[in-house]
Write a protein that binds this ligand. Structure first.
Ligand SMILES: [Zn+2]
Length: 382
């Protein structure tokens, strides 16, 4: 009779497939999540956003940052080589007639596809700084990120949001153009959804640092001096150059599929095949071990990359919730065993050690082991 109380029911958004076990998600009285409500506003159903006005606002802001004599860059665009960053370079260079400097924080698990795509991005006609951190330190940080915070991309998140700010200070280029605001596309605290600025506070709170600052990674093996490129410039330095980070997606309606069309016309390539655990072959083309991270996310929160991807198409009316549900059931939580082997080799652990780490992050309220010893959701996605 009391069985009911032992079961933790996951509740799903009525419109998309996010569960209420996702961190920072809010469901309203109608059972609709805040990411869906944001999309409603973005798509103008409530006519809440005046896109024309925002476009004008953007134009007047960037005009202030154009180099007077053309002898400095007008802005920085942080790039991974993915479709969105390629589109942003195209937008700033071709649509807005700016002179951007592209900046990449090197990813330890970059793919061949991303090398090709970065070349396509440079061919748009921009200078490019490719910053590569000491690989010995990166490897240690990847291992630590995996074991302590359950995210081997901690070093990437910090590097991606820090190195462009360092370059901005050193090259005296005040304007940094970021892409979408993740809180708008993927949900998050209401106050952050209409944010147009990326600064130190944003990086700390939403930049996927998972509560760990760079100095928290210091130990017998890693000195603070090894982490120079992870330390955000001081407030004085930021203020002296006037560094301002803007989300392009605040000013223009972000549509990944439209961006894809544009960058493919420039020669940008997709992955040969979508990663396991994902559904789209044109996302995360720059990271080989994304499926390991998404598998871990699935075990922590009950949803994976496929859910993220499918939800956007559901909200944009590309597919129905029912169609999305089948796709999620078939894809979320899968991981490529070759990637696990390669990853273990890279950070120098055994597969058993890998499994032990994974198991410490599983939310056992919502997961249980099946007869083969694999984790499965207690309750099917619905
Ligand atoms: Zn939703």
């Amino acid at each position: 009779m009391l069985e009911f109380y032992n079961e933790v029911k996951m509740r799903y958004c009525k419109r998309c497939l996010f569960p209420d076990t996702k961190p920072d998600i809010f469901f309203d009285d109608e059972g609709i999540c805040d990411a869906c409500r944001s999309a409603e506003r973005k798509n103008g159903i409530e006519n809440a956003i005046d896109w024309k006005k925002r476009e004008e606002e953007f134009k007047s802001i960037i005009d202030k940052y154009r180099s007077k004599d053309g002898m400095n860059y007008d802005c920085i665009v942080p790039v991974s080589g993915g479709k969105d960053s390629c589109f942003q370079v195209y937008a700033m260079k071709v649509i807005h007639n700016m002179n951007p400097l592209a900046v990449t924080f090197d990813q330890f698990d970059k793919t061949e596809t991303s090398q090709h795509d970065l070349q396509v991005l440079r061919e748009i006609g921009v200078d490019h700084i490719h910053f590569t951190m000491n690989p010995k330190i990166v490897r240690k940080l990847v291992k630590k990120g995996f074991e302590i915070v359950g995210d081997h991309y901690w070093v990437n998140h910090v590097g991606i949001y820090t190195v462009p700010a360092i370059v901005a200070v050193n090259y005296q280029i005040p304007l940094i153009i970021w892409g979408e605001n993740p809180q708008l596309e993927y949900g998050g605290p209401a106050a952050s959804r209409d944010n147009q600025i990326l600064d130190r506070k944003w990086r700390q709170e939403f930049g996927l640092m998972r509560g760990f600052r760079e100095e928290d990674m210091v130990d017998d093996d890693i000195q603070l001096s090894d982490l120079k490129s992870m330390v955000y410039p001081s407030d004085e330095k930021i203020a002296s150059v006037g560094v301002t980070g803007l989300f392009y997606g605040y000013f223009f309606k972000w549509n990944a599929r439209e961006h894809l069309k544009i960058v493919e016309s420039l020669g940008w390539k997709r992955l040969p095949k979508a990663w396991q655990g994902s559904w789209l072959d044109y996302e995360n083309c720059d990271m080989e071990f994304i499926d390991i991270r998404e598998h871990m996310k699935w075990l922590k929160y009950g949803y994976g990359r496929t859910t993220d991807q499918v939800n956007i198409d559901i909200r944009n009316g590309v597919i129905t919730r029912k169609e999305g549900l089948e796709i999620v059931k078939n894809n979320d939580g899968k991981v490529d065993s070759k990637h696990i082997d390669d990853f273990c080799k890279y950070i120098g652990i055994t597969k058993q050690e890998y499994q032990d780490v994974i198991d410490t992050f599983v939310n056992t309220d919502i997961f249980e082991k099946d007869e083969n010893g694999n984790w499965k959701l207690k309750q099917e996605v619905n």
